[in-house]
Design a protein around this ligand. Structure first.
Ligand code: AMP
Length: 300
């Protein structure tokens, strides 16, 4: 595996690979790798000739007062995890390499999909994400890019951006990966103390109860969201920011669970913001609830 810092170098490697008829797989990340990131690297490895992982804690997607300065970092650990997963190239650019002229004057904004859900509490976040991902897509060029459904809204927004701008990238979403006790894996889980961590389990428990209720025939979105609110209210350390049922593709609010719906939430546990979701596919009385998966095997 090679570690590179220069945009021009990354572009050259990707262009050369494609000129040789090799396919390119891209996994954009902010580092501090866990099994969720690694599942994306594995998928990219299985399906492509050249696997590129980018590790960039993108300042423009953090608002003032958010956790940019304390975001967890472990370059050595990340380097060895990526190596174990068979990654070919780890792109770790300094901020000045990505934004040589200061903050970008050009912004990619995906209207509609970015305004609700996490967009309410983080109104500038998605423009930072789409702008940097568009930039990565431009540098890497035609490729397959892998994203996790933990950040469900993010994948929907990036998918729409890619279609709207005809970017030559196939966007693939992969399952949400959980800790064995159900907590959605996140680099931000490192902020939680033991008590907060166990309090945070209510989020997964509440979503599991949603899946059960839908399997039992409940289709009313507000009743399902109320049940989540009631469960979370039992745990004083956890403050729910939102819980909503939305069309799984357009992210429009829905009143009933029909076909493909995502029931997503965000919550604050102490100073840590966590997100989680369940994707519900219904066809008549048949229900498939996608809560993601636990990776049991030892990864390192
Ligand atoms: P991040 O480093 O948090 O920006 O995440 C980089 C990529 O990993 C994004 O596509 C995330 O959706 C994905 N990811 C983060 N956590 C998980 C998880 N628990 N399961 C699956 N994918 C994840």
């Amino acid at each position: 595996m090679i570690v590179i810092e220069r945009v021009s170098e990354l572009r050259e490697h990707c262009d050369r690979a494609r000129a040789q008829g090799r396919s390119v797989g891209l996994v954009p990340t902010m580092g501090f790798f866990h099994a969720g990131h690694r599942s994306l690297m594995r998928a990219a490895r299985a399906e492509n000739d050249l696997v590129v992982v980018t590790l960039f804690v993108n300042p423009t997607q953090f608002a003032p007062g958010e956790d940019l300065s304390r975001y967890p970092r472990d370059l050595e650990g990340d380097r060895s995890a990526a190596e174990i997963e068979g990654v070919d190239m780890l792109f770790v650019p300094p901020v000045e390499e990505v934004y040589p002229d200061g903050p970008p004057r050009t912004t990619v904004h995906v209207a509609g999909l970015t305004e609700g859900m996490c967009g309410v509490g983080r109104p500038t976040h998605f423009d930072g994400v789409t702008t940097v991902v568009a930039k990565l897509f431009s540098i890497v060029g035609p490729c397959t890019a892998y994203f996790g459904r933990k950040d469900y809204q993010q994948v929907a927004v990036i998918t729409r951006m890619t279609r709207d701008l005809e970017l030559p990238v196939k966007v693939v979403s992969r399952p949400l990966v959980r800790e064995p006790d159900g907590l959605a894996m996140s680099s931000r889980n490192a902020y939680l103390d033991a008590e907060q961590r166990s309090a945070a389990l209510v989020l997964h428990q509440a979503l599991t109860a949603v899946a059960d209720a839908v399997r039992d025939g409940e289709r009313d979105a507000s009743r399902l969201c109320d049940a989540v609110r009631a469960a979370v209210a039992e745990v004083p350390q956890v403050r729910l920011e939102y819980v909503e049922a939305r069309d799984a593709r357009t992210l429009e609010l829905v009143e009933r669970i029909t076909d493909d719906t995502v029931l997503a939430l965000a919550a604050q546990v102490g100073r840590t913001r966590l997100i989680d979701n369940v994707v519900l596919h219904t066809a008549g009385s048949a229900v498939e609830a996608d809560l993601g998966m636990v990776i049991h095997e030892e990864l390192s």
